[in-house]
Design a protein around this ligand. Structure first.
Ligand code: AMP
Ligand code: ZN
Length: 136
């Protein structure tokens, strides 16, 4: 298995772990965008959220809250971006599902705000999306 995050789960690769439970683990990002930038991953190889069993997502929720609250308490950050890049055009580089915990502070130089557009979807298209969402 060539997946680097599976290697971290299997302890074949080092990581600075912050939190672990039976189905999820968090560790410091090797190239942090800010102090304390961490990743939460499931102990299950799913390339993205669509392939992840719900019980692993629940365990990731616990890991994400525990990790973020610890960062808040120890490092003093109260603002975060919780981020997942889904697909290469969305910036995904490692294809083992993960959530970024990116601590934010006033006047940091990180940008997650972009120019916004108006909604251009027709009513029919929105209705189609609403109907299709019920299929999953
Ligand atoms: P993404 O672009 O959402 O796929 O993010 C992948 C993230 O994994 C990047 O922020 C990398 O810095 C991080 N990363 C890659 N390899 C490692 C590693 N061995 N240990 C910790 N973080 C890593
Ligand atoms: Zn993997």
């Amino acid at each position: 298995m060539e997946c680097i995050f599976c290697k971290i789960v299997n302890q074949e690769m080092e990581a600075i772990k912050i939190y672990e439970n039976d189905k999820a683990i968090s560790f410091l990002d090797i190239a942090p965008l800010s102090n304390g930038h961490s990743l939460v991953i499931p102990k299950y190889h799913a390339s993205n959220l669509f392939d992840l069993p719900r019980d692993y997502w629940m365990a990731m929720h616990t890991a994400l809250i525990a990790t973020s609250k610890a960062i808040e308490k120890v490092l003093g950050f109260t603002n975060f971006n919780f981020m997942n890049n889904h697909g290469k055009y969305a910036g995904q580089v490692v294809f083992h599902y993960h959530m970024h915990i990116i601590p934010r502070e006033k006047n940091d130089k990180l940008t997650t705000t972009h120019n916004r557009n108006k909604i251009t979807l027709s009513k029919e298209t929105v209705a189609q999306i609403q109907k299709t969402a019920l299929l999953f």
